[in-house]
Design a protein around this ligand. Structure first.
Ligand code: HEC
Length: 104
């Protein structure tokens, strides 16, 4: 019986590892509120014309842009520095968070 329980736990654990890494929406929201909302708004709507809306944009597009800013293949004096310190996980999380917000 004990062995079976270990086996079940191992199967569950393996499943969790093999599943596609799910974005952590709560972490994405926290990062967005702390770092991005000053320009892109708490609701993902840019606070002035200069700052693009992110709400409802496709997550993979947002992540690709953040990685491009980070790598320097997309350049903007205001936005590029924002992306420089982001990890891949932070990018996936914040992209998923903004993608889940409704467009105005
Ligand atoms: C100081 C203001 C500012 C902050 C803070 C800021 N951004 Fe930006 N962001 C901009 C500007 C300006 C642009 C437009 C850049 C351009 O024209 O290429 C932009 C563009 C973007 C884009 C590309 C949008 C598109 O449609 O291509 C993404 C994605 C983005 N920001 C995400 C973020 C995230 C995530 C954060 C927080 C980690 C953040 N930004 C913080 C100013 C800011």
């Amino acid at each position: 019986m004990i062995k079976l329980r270990y086996l079940a736990a191992a199967v569950v654990a393996t499943g969790a590892i093999q599943a596609a890494p799910a974005a952590d929406l709560a972490a994405g929201k926290a990062l967005a509120q702390k770092t991005c909302a000053a320009c892109h708004g708490v609701d993902g709507i840019g606070i002035v014309d200069l700052y693009p809306n992110l709400a409802g944009q496709k997550a993979s597009y947002l992540a690709a842009q953040l990685k491009a800013f980070r790598a320097g293949s997309r350049n903007n004096p205001i936005m590029s520095p924002m992306a420089k310190s982001l990890s891949d996980a932070e990018i996936e999380n914040v992209a998923a968070y903004y993608a889940g917000l409704s467009q105005r």
